[in-house]
Design a protein around this ligand. Structure first.
Ligand SMILES: Cc1ncc(COP(=O)(O)O)c(C=O)c1O
Length: 384
């Protein structure tokens, strides 16, 4: 075994995928309710997205950011159009996107607010990535063990506690970094009043509101980006996962007045926004720009939630079912891992979120029949 043992892996190896179906190396089929941890939002082997990538692969892969890249500009324009924001930087992953947002907030606070030790307010239970800065921003102790000394400048408050945010806000506060639905933390959607009052507070105090849309973005919740449910305009959103439908790409999308903060030489990456990832992101954003898709995600999400509530009503182990769109968590009273293994054996791929939450992130192209099938398999596994 020549790999670091840092992942706890199931023994199954997948070989082929089509929409929400996966085939393992033995030819067994599975219904995919994980989307590779919220990544393959448009399903496996989407014809237009696959075609965009293969066509680009035959032409030109990579030239570096030392040269003009019209395709990168085109994707940036699409992201701005769809998010209502104005400035884009491309990178390769979620952690890198949050890392860039953290650097942007610090430099902005120094230049604009003349702050010497900028602080970012984060939430307990949050997840923002595994680089040193993003694991420090993450509100979960387990990801930090053994990695200190950690960077300074992060404070944590309980999720959705505006009073606590107000209490820790001070002259050094640069930004609030927030997931609108805590994903890895257990599928906890933030309430509309909290988010709207927070946006107001950030505006009053001249603090950046940075929304981590890495798991919630690209249609997952039934809007293109989750913040669109809350009628707010963040200063920065961070994206990755679904933006590449499986091809590694990340981005920060920010307000116009932040553009000048990342001037020449301040930040960069070799691969970020290269032609391969941009060909995919462009195809993804074309697919996303479809009002019917978003209506369908909302309707399918409601259907999934209602059917789970009906079928699992008698399961004593189920404490709560919560979520938004096709981002759903089933809170159990016991550890979830044995159920995940059982479900996998039954041909349903699901995810944990924390120790006791069964997380469902089916592709947005899931059908009602597939939802029905999944609900019945979950009932069978959890009722055992
Ligand atoms: C909300 C959120 N932010 C950041 C990340 C980190 O993304 P990546 O694993 O691409 O670095 C994740 C990954 O699960 C996430 O869910």
């Amino acid at each position: 075994m020549s790999l670091f043992p840092n992942y706890i892996r199931q023994e199954v190896a997948f070989q082929k995928g089509e929409k929400a179906t996966l085939w393992d190396t033995a030819g067994k089929t599975y219904l995919d309710f994980s989307s590779g941890i919220g990544v393959t939002n448009f399903g496996h082997n989407h014809p237009k997205i696959t075609n965009a990538l293969t066509k680009q692969a035959e032409e030109l892969w990579h030239t570096s950011n030392l040269f003009t890249n019209p395709l990168q500009q085109e994707v940036a324009d699409l992201l701005c159009e769809q998010s209502g924001l104005e400035a884009v930087f491309f990178c390769n992953s979620g952690a890198e996107a949050n890392e860039a947002a953290i650097k942007l907030a610090r430099k902005w606070a120094k230049e604009v607010k003349e702050v010497s030790n900028p602080e970012i307010i984060c939430s307990e239970g949050s997840f923002h990535g595994r680089t040193l800065a993003t694991l420090t921003a993450t509100g979960q102790h387990k990801v930090k063990i053994g990695f200190d000394p950690l960077p300074k400048g992060f404070v944590h408050v309980p999720f959705q506690d505006l009073h606590a945010i107000k209490q820790v806000t001070n002259s050094q506060t640069a930004a609030v970094l927030l997931e609108l639905v805590q994903g890895e933390g257990g599928i906890y959607p933030a309430s509309k009043p909290f988010v709207q009052e927070l946006a107001q507070w950030c505006q009053e105090k001249n603090i950046l509101l940075m929304i981590d849309e890495i798991q919630t973005g690209i249609g997952r919740t039934g809007e293109k980006f989750a913040h669109q449910h809350y009628s707010i305009q963040p200063d920065v959103i961070t994206l990755a996962k679904g933006l590449g439908n499986g091809f590694p790409v990340g981005a920060i999308v920010a307000k116009e007045d932040l553009k000048s903060i990342l001037g020449p030489g301040t930040h960069g990456t070799t691969f970020g926004g290269n032609l391969l990832s941009m060909s995919v992101a462009k195809a993804v954003l074309y697919e996303l720009n479809n009002p019917q898709l978003l209506l369908d995600v909302k309707a399918k999400g409601n259907y999934l939630m209602n059917r789970l509530k009906e079928e699992l009503a008698q399961c004593s182990e189920v404490e709560e079912i919560r979520g938004i769109g096709l981002m759903v968590g089933i809170q159990l009273s016991k550890p979830v891992q044995p159920h995940i293994k059982q479900l996998l054996d039954q041909g349903l791929v699901t995810l944990p979120a924390g120790e006791k939450v069964l997380r469902l992130l089916p592709p947005l192209v899931i059908t009602y029949d597939e939802i029905e099938e999944a609900v019945l398999r979950i009932k069978k596994a959890i009722s055992k």
